[in-house]
Design a binder for this molecule. Structure first.
Ligand code: NDP
Length: 596
């Protein structure tokens, strides 16, 4: 067994982080407005003219991704018919509407990642389904639960205002709509606003350029289902960024382009994917009543280190947790302390990352390229990636890794991309540069809800996000938020957070309607107590840690400040939160929330 020099590794991790720290943090990125606004255009669906809507609905939901779909489905199941989803894309799907780049697939096993499988009777075709299947599943949910009837696509909310005497929200949009809704919920997702790197000269480039979330198949040829991108055969393409998106699309570009230059600032950690088709006979054995909830709970338990007898999903997410647990369980009694457990966690992490680095050497032929592709940080410092063709792509003769040693691309010129003083001429630049995360919520949302007494959400959150359960905000009656933070905060399977919130919201709205209540609002005391509870966690853990290499998980390495509240979850863990919230909503007391 190889002995790991932990001190040397820690020094290396710190050196690599320091190379990448920059004072401008999130400000290094360009917002896609004004002359960059065309990067946001929808390449998939033409925008249809329609008359403005001026009616009233029981529930308006902003966002037609998983959050809106699962909440909408629960509302419909509970007999609430007029649910209106407002969505900026041309159809349902959210992330899966926009991200149609070649090779896009889910990174968490389909059986737990794709929501409402049992309700829709859908069997995922693969352990990690590809994007077209997930988009189709979103449409399936929309159809089955009648969510298309009232939806407004290609529509962005521009204003939300609480009308207290009328106990309703006034919703205004960029399509001239002005309608009212008794209840308002939003699930706009943390990663829906693409960003570009603020590289000098970016606007000078004369070739073609697009962001991965608006893949231009008209330029590349091919399609999201995997048809080869035949129009790239004579093209030189540069891709900027090597995060989870690039890891999935680089193998496809490598096959299609004459020359592909992959500009890397920080390597991703790329573990084994081991995807496989679903065997229908096997699926029939697991798909017994209640199966998906059992799988969800089992994955979450395994992934968060709870004691479980079996690991149904068995993948890279649960592997790390399994290793940590077995190390902790084998600690001698005198080391069974919080410090001893943290050390065991760190040892497993070092071991796992050494394996991932060894895999690079085993796969990549050129030793210098292999060395540059190794990730030097703890596994959850950045989004872990899993792929069986990404590293292999660097063995293709036309694929070149341009490692910038943490500095990033230097400049963009009329003809190409400059890194470390060398200009690489390219015909097309693909920006795999990610999405805005650490910017203000209201900037990302494009609206700033005005609650009771004219208070804006940005004012209420001036010192950081404040909610009860990540759902309710004091001063904003009848408004609900559907997202992971300040709740379970389970990042390995975001949809699990959303389906639970959808359930909670449907139960509460049903309760209000059945009992004739006009308003639902969390009390100030309950919101304060919840935030105090969340902040009692000494955190941040690895995710959000300033010891990590910069990225969106840790606010680009800048102090979290009020942003810390974006990274907090229930201190007792995700499983405990799911149990707690189930008791909370089924008890009928809804402690901390007033019905008026
Ligand atoms: P990321 O933010 O993860 O990656 C952006 C990339 O751009 C990073 O490699 C970053 O480098 C690089 N970059 C930024 N500026 C420069 C520069 N000036 N020069 C060179 N490189 C630069 O975005 P992704 O779209 O890859 O992923 C975002 C998230 O979306 C993922 O973390 C994941 O949560 C989700 N996702 C999920 C998938 C799934 O589940 N299947 C698939 C794809 C994405 P650096 O690291 O140094 O900042």
């Amino acid at each position: 067994m190889t002995v790991i020099d932990k001190d040397a590794l820690k020094r290396k991790y710190a050196e690599e982080r320091d190379k990448r720290l920059r004072p401008d943090g999130n400000d290094q990125y360009i917002r896609l407005s004004d002359r960059f606004a065309h990067y946001l255009d929808d390449p998939y669906t033409p925008v249809a003219e329609r008359a403005p809507v001026t009616d009233h609905v029981t529930v308006a939901f902003i966002g037609g991704g998983f959050a809106g779909l699962v909440t909408g489905a629960r509302l419909k199941e509970s007999g609430i018919d007029d649910v209106r989803i407002v969505e900026k894309g041309g159809d349902f799907g959210g992330t899966w509407y926009w991200n149609r780049y070649p090779g896009a697939q889910c990174d968490t096993a389909s059986f737990v990642y794709m929501p409402l499988l049992e309700e829709t009777g859908h069997m995922p075709s693969e352990k990690y389904a590809h994007a077209p299947e997930i988009l189709e599943h979103c449409q399936r949910i929309g159809k089955q639960f009648g969510l298309y009837d009232n939806a407004l696509f290609h529509t962005e909310v521009t204003g939300l205002e609480w009308d207290d005497p009328g106990s309703r929200w006034i919703v205004r949009t960029n399509r001239g709509d002005e309608f009212t809704a008794r209840f308002l919920a939003m699930g706009t997702g943390p990663l829906h606003v693409p960003k570009l790197p603020g590289i000098p000269g970016i606007e000078e480039f004369r070739g073609h350029a697009f962001h991965t979330s608006r893949w231009d198949y008209a330029y590349t040829g091919g399609d999201p289902a995997g048809a080869p991108m035949d129009r790239l055969a004579d093209e030189r393409v540069g891709i900027i960024g090597t995060g989870a998106t690039a890891v999935q699309c680089v193998p496809h570009l490598a096959r299609a382009c004459r020359e592909l230059y992959v500009f890397q600032r920080t390597p991703s950690s790329v573990d084994v994917r081991d995807n496989r088709p679903t065997d229908p006979d096997w699926f029939a054995t697991i798909a017994t009543p209640g199966w998906q909830q059992r799988w969800l709970e089992n994955f979450t338990a395994n992934q968060t280190g709870a004691l479980t007898d079996e690991d149904l999903v068995m993948d890279g997410w649960t592997d790390l947790a399994r290793r940590v647990r077995s190390r902790i369980m084998s600690l001698p009694p005198d080391q069974f302390t919080p410090e001893g457990m943290m050390a065991a966690f760190e040892d497993s992490d070092f071991e796992k990352m050494e394996e991932i680095r060894a895999r690079v050497d085993a796969v990549v032929d050129d030793p210098a390229t292999a060395q540059a592709l190794k990730a030097w940080y703890r596994q959850l410092c950045k989004r872990p990636c899993f792929h069986d063709e990404y590293l292999q792509a660097f063995n293709e003769p036309g694929t070149h890794l341009v490692d910038t040693d943490g500095k990033g691309v230097e400049r963009i010129t009329e003809a190409g991309v400059v890194a470390a003083g060398v200009e690489y001429e390219v015909d097309c630049i693909v920006f795999a540069s990610g999405f805005e995360v650490g910017t203000d919520y209201t900037r990302r949302a494009g609206y700033d809800p005005v609650g009771r007494d004219g208070v804006r959400l940005s004012e209420h959150w001036a010192d950081g996000m404040r909610t009860l359960h990540g759902i309710h905000v004091h001063g904003f009656p009848n408004m609900f938020i559907v997202q992971p933070t300040q709740g379970a905060n389970l990042i390995s399977n975001i949809p699990h957070n959303l389906t639970e919130s959808g359930r909670t919201i449907a139960v509460m709205i049903r309760h209000a309607l059945d009992n004739g209540w006009d308003q639902i609002e969390v009390t100030e005391q309950a919101e304060d107590a919840w935030i105090d509870l969340l902040l009692s966690n000494p955190g941040p853990g690895i995710i959000g840690s300033p010891d990590c290499t910069p990225g969106y998980y840790n606010n680009e390495g800048q102090p979290l400040g009020k942003g810390r509240q974006l990274f907090v979850g229930y201190p007792m863990g995700a499983m405990a939160f799911f149990r707690y919230i189930d008791d909370w909503r089924t008890s009928g007391d809804f402690e901390g929330v007033e019905f008026r």
